[in-house]
Design a protein around this ligand. Structure first.
Ligand code: C5P
Length: 243
């Protein structure tokens, strides 16, 4: 879109790279949790939002590591990409990528995995019996990064994909996960966010809540990256959303 071209040109020719010297870690896409060699459980996620954020941070000069679950997207320019499948692999890749100054956890990580995946393809037994899957919790990557002591990034940003009470649930998530900012969005089927190109988000910190207009996911990435750069330029690196 024309606005995206203008913003990309502005970033390309920017003499000032406000995030130069910073390392940003971004998670994106879904995770696949295997049931057997051919089946898995997953969350719906295109990875569009996380990839856009990674590209926007790189455009502002940050060395950017994108840890991505399976998507059909091409890799963003100027970004180091690590591809993973499961939440466990995503956790390990993030830990290997730390330390970072900024972490943005945009991935739709599956909350549960199958406790014991079958080494062979499960077979229908023909008698109507179905396998019972015992689920276990996956590691919470956002909460783990937020709680890490020696390697905690100065600014940790999480996402709250909600289908109801978007702002209240996002505020609760901010304190439960221990992150600095939450980007909250409505992902109910009616919103069309999950597979679409647009997003309507709210930026929530401990003290502020800001409603952004409906933007393309690419523009949300650019705006968030600029906000992050602003929070580093005032020396705080977290907390305040700036103006
Ligand atoms: O708990 P919930 O999935 O709603 O939280 C969403 C936020 O937490 C997102 O930022 C997501 O990337 C992150 N998350 C994570 N690891 C999980 C579950 C969610 O990093 N296992």
């Amino acid at each position: 879109e024309p606005l995206e071209i203008v913003a990309a040109l502005e970033d390309f020719f920017a003499v000032d790279m406000p995030l130069a010297g910073r390392h940003a870690l971004v998670t994106s896409g879904p995770t696949y949790e295997p049931i057997d060699p051919v089946r898995y459980i997953a969350n719906r996620s295109s990875g569009k939002q996380g990839h856009a954020i990674a590209e926007a941070l790189a455009n502002l000069g940050a060395r950017t590591t994108l840890v991505s679950g399976p998507t059909y997207l091409s890799y963003p320019l100027g970004v180091d990409v690590v591809t993973v499948e499961s939440a466990k692999e995503m956790m390990a890749a993030c830990e290997a990528a730390l330390p970072a100054d900024i972490a943005v956890c945009a991935a739709a990580v599956c909350d549960w995995c199958v406790e014991e995946k079958s080494p062979e393809k499960l077979k229908k037994n023909g008698g109507g019996g179905v396998p019972a899957l015992l689920l276990a919790e996956t590691p919470d990557i956002l909460a783990t990064i937020s709680a890490s002591r020696a390697t905690r990034p100065k600014l940790v940003v999480g996402f709250a994909a909600e289908t109801e009470n978007v702002i209240d649930n996002a505020k609760a998530k901010l304190s439960n996960k221990g992150c600095d900012w939450i980007i909250a969005n409505d992902v109910s089927m009616a919103s069309g966010v999950l597979s679409g190109d647009e997003n309507t988000v709210h930026l929530i910190t401990e003290t502020e809540s800001e409603d952004w207009p409906t933007l393309s996911k690419w523009e949300v990435g650019v705006r968030l990256a600029r906000r992050i750069a602003l929070s580093f330029s005032d020396g705080s690196g977290s907390g305040s959303v700036g103006s």
